[in-house]
Design a protein. Structure first.
Length: 162
């Protein structure tokens, strides 16, 4: 029990001493490495990983699903009603019935267009998300390789201090 408590206190103290950036990085420094050197190593590896991967986690914005709401139903209804009114008037002097029928047909057409647009937007979102995640993994792998090359070991438990 005393060893566990001592280990927890030691890890917490190490996180405060090493600084939040190193603890968040998830790598333990070699014994005796100064805080200044640790921070320099993290900065060097972060910059190298950005150069290699082309991905900067500090500025990268993940793709967002959705966007502006489409008005395909409303547009379809308006176009259909206008066309139906004209046809109803020309065919049998019944513009109101023609507008009603045209509006209903326009709503159906608008719904079909809306679904196609949503499917296309979903596919684009999935492609953008996959590219974002691949770039992030490339950054993480490059950063980790750099840190290990500098003598750090990957920490199994990450303690952050704020």
């Amino acid at each position: 029990m005393k060893r566990t408590r001592l280990a927890i206190i030691s890890l917490t103290l190490a996180a405060f001493v090493a600084g939040p950036a190193l603890a968040q990085a998830g790598y333990a420094p070699p014994r005796g490495r100064s805080i200044e050197r640790q921070q320099a190593d993290v900065n060097f590896c972060r910059n190298a990983a950005i150069d290699i991967s082309g991905f900067n986690p500090a500025t990268a914005v993940p793709p967002v699903k959705g966007g502006k709401k489409g008005r395909e139903n409303l547009k379809g209804a308006a176009i259909g009603a206008a066309g139906g009114a004209v046809l109803g008037e020309v065919i049998g002097d019944r513009a109101g019935i023609g507008a009603l029928a045209g509006g209903a047909a326009g709503v159906l057409g608008g719904q079909i267009k809306k679904r196609r647009k949503a499917a296309k937007e979903e596919e684009i979102y999935r492609q953008e998300l996959a590219a974002y995640e691949a770039a992030h993994v490339s950054f993480d792998n490059s950063f980790g390789a750099c840190m290990i090359e500098r003598g750090y070991t990957q920490a199994s438990t990450i303690v952050t201090a704020y």
